[in-house]
Design a protein around this ligand. Structure first.
Ligand SMILES: [Zn+2]
Length: 157
């Protein structure tokens, strides 16, 4: 067994599409980034890479590389999963927490869980997504940004 942890941050801004967990969530504000800025998928990518000490998402997909400009982060997660799978591991489960002030996202959790489960060959019950605010404190509380945390457990096949 191996455990992996990932964390990711993005700024929120007006006029950006808001992608989270591979799902587009209706919002006037979205996350800013070189890719589609899907903070949850990025945290899961880092957790997968971290479990096998394969570095981080920035090393695998540099934000200076035009290949990854506005890329769908589902493609990045699929690539990270392939690295894990190629080494003979499977995912046991994923747990995650997203911290943001608005909009409310839990209505979209089933769709996000299904999307993530499909990408890493899991059942929906093996993918957990939780959400919290920071009670108006700090940059998340002021609505300036969004943070996602993810933990994965891998098992050697
Ligand atoms: Zn990111």
């Amino acid at each position: 067994m191996r455990i992996g942890f990932g964390i990711d941050f993005h700024q929120l801004a007006e006029g950006r599409a808001f992608w989270l967990g591979g799902v587009e969530i209706p919002s006037t504000r979205g996350a800013v980034g070189h890719s589609d800025a899907d903070v949850l998928l990025h945290a899961i990518c880092d957790a997968l890479l971290g479990a096998l000490a394969l570095g981080d998402i920035g090393q695998h997909f540099p934000n200076t590389d035009p290949t990854y400009k506005d890329i769908d982060s589902k493609i990045l997660l699929a690539k990270c999963w392939q690295l894990v799978k190629d080494r003979g591991w499977r995912v046991v489960n994923i747990d995650s927490t997203v911290t943001l002030e608005a909009p409310k996202i839990m209505k979209y959790a089933p769709a996000m869980r299904e999307t993530i489960a499909g990408l890493v060959e899991l059942g929906i019950d093996d993918v957990s997504i939780k959400a919290t605010t920071t009670e108006k404190m700090g940059f998340v509380g002021r609505g300036e940004g969004i943070v996602a945390y993810a933990t994965v457990l891998l098992e050697k096949v």
